[in-house]
Ligand binder design. Structure first.
Ligand code: ZN
Length: 470
């Protein structure tokens, strides 16, 4: 029997850049399979890692298995293709549909940022380069092959992969990879036990080795004592009464859908006035139409009523001119725009305009990675650097953590405890240091299984762990 090893190439010791390399020793040589190909985001030290040489030649990888469409799980795919990968990229239908819009947007933003830096002399290099271009995305898309939930995919050499619903964003999954030496379960990003828009996560078959996400491993989401999203509702009411508007930086995929649904319910319940809602992100609109199509195919939570939002006056903002016209609306409105951590996208020009004015309010709807403008706002920054300028922060900043699409410490522990068979070793990934340590400690204690925070670059002998089970 050959050996199977697992290597942590990203998402270890940090939240972003998820990349896990599985190497299976076969008669025909080493078989290399990558699980997720995420981009590093946030502080510069991490972003620079996207430019490092890949630890193995990308051309030697036969398959990439993708858990879900978010940038920090798919954003590196075009770079991998640019550097020689030509195998298959496997994911659920919805994941591949969403990944296409995520990757096109990513290439667009990178090309634009490189052009902007070149035009204004920002780059430290003679000529700023994008990590990849739209042409690299065009060469990535034809490699994508869709899989069904719960139906094992035979990858050859005795390797089989199975996707199980993870309830995080549309199409999201945990992936179990069975090899001749033992099995590895990748949790992917896990939603809470229920999700307002999606069908709930399910419990996959257990494995010898478990990798579990830890984003909120050290936290417990507070279930609201009163009505849902009360801080959000009162922020809207306050802004309206002072003649201001509300800006919601939202992750284009999933968060926009969840925010719209929550607003629709608030209007229906008479908690906020019916005011116009502008969705100002081509990517969010593309995602919304994919969600709606999946709703018609019965893929969504029936409570979401196919995301029709009958009580809401939703305006879909497509062009750049329409987006700029929002600067002079002359009435209170809600603007939903990407990106969710204000790292780029149209939300920046809204922030530049709205942050200095105390009548306005900015509502942060999700996890804000260290080093992002969203995190700075959440931490109470009094000014923000944008496009080479300092912008004063006088608008009200509200965090609505009820929008989280990640399970908390208890959610994650419950999910892991339900696995059959129970893992022999747990590696906590996709978290900042304190979250990783907290979840590892909790799982060790509550599951009675050796659980540690994965180290970047660490190599794990899966066969040895499997054999130790006896
Ligand atoms: Zn995610």
């Amino acid at each position: 029997m050959g050996a199977t090893t697992l290597m942590f190439l990203g998402g270890a010791g940090t939240v972003t850049g998820s990349k896990y390399l599985v190497e299976v020793d076969t008669d025909a040589g080493l078989r290399r399979i990558l699980v997720d190909a995420g981009m590093f985001q946030g502080v510069k030290r991490l972003r620079l890692l996207n430019w490092s040489d890949f630890p193995v030649p990308p051309s030697s990888i036969t398959d990439v298995l993708v858990t879900h469409a978010h940038m920090d799980h798919t954003g590196y795919l075009p770079r991998l293709v640019k550097n020689g990968f030509s195998g298959s990229i496997w994911g659920t239908d919805a994941t591949l549909a969403l990944a296409e819009i995520v990757l096109r947007d990513s290439a667009f933003l990178q090309e634009r940022d490189a052009d902007f830096a070149n035009a204004h002399g920002f780059s430290r290099h003679a000529v700023a380069q994008p990590l990849y271009r739209i042409g690299d995305v065009e060469r990535t898309l034809p490699l994508m092959r869709s899989v069904e939930f719960d139906r094992p995919l035979d990858l050859g050499d005795g390797v089989e992969a199975t996707w199980t619903r993870a309830g995080h964003i549309l199409g999201s999954a945990s992936i179990r990879v069975a090899t001749p030496d033992g099995a590895i379960l990748f949790s992917g990003d896990l939603g809470r036990a229920s999700h307002p828009v999606l069908r709930p996560r399910e419990v996959p078959e257990g494995a010898d080795v478990l990798l579990i996400e830890s984003t909120y491993g050290d936290r417990e989401h507070m279930d609201p004592e009163g009505p849902a999203h009360e801080a959000f509702a009162s922020a809207i009411n306050e802004a309206v009464s002072s003649g201001g508007s509300v800006l919601v930086p939202a992750f284009a995929v999933d968060r926009t859908e969840v925010v719209l649904l929550a607003l629709d319910e608030m209007v229906a319940e008479g908690r906020i006035p019916s005011l116009p809602v502008y969705v100002d992100s081509p990517m969010a609109l593309a995602s919304l139409s994919i969600y709606r199509a999946r709703g018609q195919a019965g893929e969504l939570n029936p409570q979401a009523r196919g995301l029709t939002m009958p009580h809401l006056e939703v305006h879909e903002v497509r062009g750049v001119e329409e987006s700029k016209a929002l600067n002079s609306l002359g009435r209170s409105a809600i603007i939903i725009s990407a990106s969710g951590m204000a790292t780029g996208g149209r939300v920046l020009h809204h922030l530049e305009r709205m942050l200095p004015d105390p009548r306005h309010c900015v509502v942060l709807t999700g996890y804000q990675a260290v080093g992002t403008r969203g995190r700075a706002l959440a931490d109470g920054a009094t000014s923000l650097r944008m496009h080479g300028m300092e912008v004063a922060v006088r608008a009200r900043i509200v965090r609505d953590e009820e929008f989280s699409v990640h399970g908390d410490g208890s959610d994650l522990t419950q999910w892991a405890a339900a696995l059959e068979p129970r893992p022999s070793r747990v590696f906590c990934v996709h978290g900042e240091e304190s979250a990783l340590a907290a979840l590892a400690g909790r799982l060790s204690k509550e599951l009675g299984v050796e659980s540690v925070a994965a180290e970047p670059g660490q190599r794990v002998d899966v066969g040895a762990i499997s054999a130790s089970r006896g």
